[in-house]
Write a protein that binds this ligand. Structure first.
Ligand code: IMP
Ligand code: MG
Length: 197
């Protein structure tokens, strides 16, 4: 079997840069919630960090270890239909185990692109009456936004014309295990036919 690194055209964000940024995000989140500017759980329960599967998994694992606060984490799995008849439709594959009622919730995403996925998740979450909801995304592509979503913590901002893989981000379910974020060689997309997102 070939190594996956051979299929990468260029590294956009190195593992070291990711680690440094994740540390800074963890410090910012720790500061904000510790100072009480965000935390409003009436029962003083710990921050509830919600990771969106599958893409956010490596980011979530590193980020929670950079947050110096009591926290719980839970996972939700959604699938977005982008090529079907109803663009922006989101289906829940696995819902949360925990109730959001009265909780301070920090949603952790891999990437915010059009914003449709997160918009759907936020509507669902707000209907469950949390005390507060904030969003932390590893990557933001603001130029591609179709729906406005409030993103409080951003790891890296990328231009619209770049499709990235690695550190949780996939192309046709592959490349999530790359330790860096990079761009695939053109022939990989061409072999696959369409840009499967
Ligand atoms: P949105 O609903 O358009 O914001 O899309 C979010 C989802 O699109 C992400 O969770 C990814 O699965 C996928 N996506 C968007 N851009 C990229 C990219 O550059 N690389 C990998 N996946 C992407
Ligand atoms: Mg994906």
């Amino acid at each position: 079997m070939k190594g996956i690194k051979e299929e990468i055209e260029r590294v956009l964000i190195s593992a070291e840069e990711i680690a440094q940024r994740v540390r800074a995000l963890g410090e910012a989140i720790t500061r904000d919630y510790r100072e009480g500017g965000v935390a409003r759980d009436p029962y003083g329960r710990p921050l509830l960090v919600v990771g969106i599967l599958k893409g956010a998994m490596p980011f979530l694992a590193d980020l929670i270890r950079a947050i110096d606060l009591p926290l719980e984490y839970d996972l939700m799995s959604v699938s977005s239909y982008r090529n079907g008849t109803s663009p922006g439709e989101v289906r829940i594959l696995k819902d949360l185990d925990r109730s959001l009622h009265g909780r301070d919730v920090l949603v952790v995403e891999d990437i915010v692109d059009t914003g449709n996925t997160l918009d759907h998740i936020l509507r669902l979450f707000h209907a469950r009456s949390p005390a507060s909801v904030r969003i932390c995304t590893l990557i933001d592509k603001p130029a591609r936004r179709e729906v406005e979503v409030p993103v409080h913590y951003v790891g890296f901002t990328l231009p619209e014309d770049v499709f990235v893989v690695g550190y949780g981000l996939d192309f046709a379910e592959l490349y999530r295990n790359l330790p860096f974020i990079g761009v695939l060689k053109r022939e990989i997309y061409e072999e696959a036919g369409v840009a499967g997102r």
